[in-house]
Design a protein. Structure first.
Length: 249
């Protein structure tokens, strides 16, 4: 009789404590981490610092995303959703459970938000920075407006269009004899290459074929136009081509 009463009492106690709940407990390391966060945020100053960190991380990531060309509407919605989610945790943080302790998971979420933003944002930013730092080869995109061959004093116009602008152009031209049977005159020839600027500040460079001509384009230049003037011996006929051309920083 005593054993039956004791077992019944223990069963009621187990059900009251909720220890017989079928839901599996969270992993030990995760619960310990959440408890440390909760302990740190018991002080009001800790909670304020965490909210400020959330605010700076979310808004800072949104500003960078917008500066890199992100859609303002998407950036605003994403940042607003994260901030609203963090704000929704505030009423829960102020509550107390049956033991008089603050809840465990709402403060932990305040840490998860900035960590999630950084975990996604930093690799994405690193990938973008790496891709932006590489040069863009436009050798085969250069188009000429000329009727070959070129003779002394004639000018050819070279144009390039790119959807991936860079602030600097490096280009090298090649000259070959139009008539291989004619006397060799290409080695002593020179080119004057001028970058045409809409601001009226043209940049001119002079050098032999094979010289790398470098020009500062400024930010966002998608259409580039160069004039190439030939200086050669009288009667020398040459064909002009692009050996290499690249855009970089």
């Amino acid at each position: 009789m005593n054993n039956d009463v004791t077992n019944a009492t223990q069963g009621v106690s187990v059900q009251a404590d909720g220890s017989n709940d079928s839901a599996p407990p969270p992993p030990g390391w995760l619960r310990r981490a959440a408890e440390r966060v909760r302990t740190a945020l018991v002080d009001t100053r800790g909670l304020v610092l965490m909210l400020v960190a959330d605010l700076v991380t979310v808004l800072g990531a949104g500003a960078v995303w917008l500066a890199l060309g992100g859609d303002p509407a998407v950036v605003g919605v994403a940042a607003g959703a994260l901030l609203a989610f963090g704000a929704a945790m505030l009423p829960l943080i102020g509550r107390r459970n049956a033991d008089g302790e603050p809840p465990l998971w709402p403060p932990f979420v305040l840490v998860v938000i900035p960590l999630a933003v950084l975990a996604v944002g930093l690799p994405a930013w690193g990938t973008w920075a790496f891709l932006e730092s590489r040069h863009v080869d436009v050798t085969h995109r250069v188009e000429f407006a000329l009727d070959p061959p070129l003779v002394d004093g004639e000018t050819a116009v070279a144009s390039v269009h790119t959807d991936d602008p860079r602030p600097r152009l490096s280009i090298t031209f090649a000259l070959v004899q139009h008539d291989p049977a004619a006397p060799m005159c290409a080695p002593g020839s020179e080119l004057t290459v001028t970058l045409k600027s809409s601001a009226g500040k043209n940049q001119a460079r002079t050098g032999a074929a094979g010289t790398e001509f470098a020009f500062a384009l400024g930010p966002g230049a998608t259409d580039i136009e160069l004039s190439v003037r030939l200086h050669a011996e009288q009667g020398c006929e040459l064909d002009l081509s692009v050996a290499s051309a690249q855009l970089d920083d």
